[in-house]
Write a protein that binds this ligand. Structure first.
Ligand SMILES: [Zn+2]
Length: 52
């Protein structure tokens, strides 16, 4: 399950598998699906992650 994190004025979505956060829920779900299946990270997906 992708976790939704509410910040001051924005909402982020966290991949439960690798812990990366995304501004886009669809991206977080994509990441999680990939992480579960491949047990690794997909650079094309994680480049969309948000750094805090
Ligand atoms: Zn992930």
């Amino acid at each position: 399950m992708v976790t939704s994190i509410k910040n001051k004025n924005k909402e982020l979505f966290q991949c439960d598998e690798c812990g990366l956060k995304y501004a886009d829920k669809a991206m977080a779900e994509k990441c999680e699906a990939w992480c579960k299946e491949h047990k690794s990270c997909n650079l094309d997906i994680i480049k969309h992650s948000v750094r805090e």
